[in-house]
Design a protein around this ligand. Structure first.
Ligand SMILES: C[S@@+](CC[C@H](N)C(=O)[O-])C[C@H]1O[C@@H](n2cnc3c(N)ncnc32)[C@H](O)[C@@H]1O
Length: 291
């Protein structure tokens, strides 16, 4: 055991990676070589999570959207990070555990889960998104090992009893009105902040009511600016409040450092025009049941 000058044990970084895939620190860097290698390996399996989703409404100039977990590549919408899915499942879900995702979006969280022998149940409002997800899963996974996606409003679907409790909740919700996915009246992304918060709290409460006592709930979120005032709406606190309201307590929180994309090109102009920092991170909030 190597010791430093003061006799403290030296924990070698490599060891942590070997054991945990990435060092279990509260800052996760998606730009690192190891992370990018893992992400490429997943994408090489044929994950196409962007399919089924129109290019976001409020980004006609195709600049990457500030502060959302999914980044643009060229002209189409890109995908939730499969390397992040693998890590969160590895760290916060028991082997072969059951995962609930109340805002499924694209196929990536489901496909990575089943590829790693977990059971994934995703709920997604938009039929076309679920059709695309099922198609992509059929391209990668055998018929007897595929995620189950339910189409509809999570607030209604979570009223029903699932046959079993879940070991983990893992999701990336709509960031309020940052990106509007549809004009469906039950779509949180086209609601007023007030209506969004009310329904968001309800869906989170119903999701947590199906979580095992010692289960983790992991949400990837990013703050959103009010389009008129430019002030942040503090979506992070709104999410925390929704989970506290569901009897959960914050157990870990981490910063996910995004790839820079063209942030360097935009940052100067953005700061000059209003003193705003260009967002290159997401927040990963990890809750456990407090009682
Ligand atoms: C794509 S993910 C969000 C990903 C990430 N936060 C982002 O901003 O890029 C959100 C998904 O939630 C879905 N959604 C919105 N309201 C919903 C509801 N009431 N029930 C189930 N899914 C819903 C949307 O259709 C969308 O596909």
């Amino acid at each position: 055991m190597e010791k430093d000058l003061f006799g403290n044990e030296i924990i070698k970084d490599v060891l942590l990676r070997d054991k945990f895939i990435e060092p279990p620190f509260s800052v996760l860097d998606t730009k690192s070589g190891n992370w990018q290698k893992r992400k490429r390996e997943w994408l090489r399996k044929g994950i196409k999570s962007e399919i089924g989703r129109k290019a976001p409404v409020n980004c006609s100039s195709l600049k990457p959207l500030k502060g959302n977990a999914e980044r643009f590549v060229g002209k189409e919408t890109s995908i939730f990070d499969p390397a992040l899915c693998e890590l969160m499942y590895k760290w916060f879900c028991p082997e072969n555990g059951k995962i609930l995702d109340p805002f499924a979006g694209g196929s990536v969280r489901g496909i990575v889960a089943h590829y790693l022998k977990y059971y994934y149940v995703g709920i997604e409002l938009r039929q076309e998104q679920v059709d695309a997800n099922r198609e992509n899963a059929a391209e990668i996974l055998p018929v007897n090992n595929r995620p189950s996606w339910h189409v509809g409003d999570s607030d209604l679907i979570l009223e029903n009893d699932f046959l079993y409790e879940f070991d983990m909740i893992f999701s990336c919700p709509p960031y309020m009105d940052l990106e509007v996915y549809s004009d469906d009246e039950n779509d949180l992304s086209n609601m007023t902040d007030e209506k969004f918060i009310e329904k968001y709290k309800s869906i989170i409460k119903k999701s947590c009511s199906k979580l095992k006592k010692d289960g983790y709930a992991v949400f990837v979120v990013g703050d959103v600016r009010d389009k008129k005032t430019g002030f942040y709406k503090d979506f992070i606190s709104i999410t925390k409040q929704a989970f506290y309201n569901a009897g959960m307590s914050l157990y870990n929180d981490a910063i996910l450092l995004d790839q820079l994309g063209n942030a360097c090109m935009r940052a100067g102009k953005i700061f000059d025009s209003g003193g705003k920092l260009t967002k290159i991170h997401q927040n990963i909030l990890i809750f456990k049941r407090s009682a």
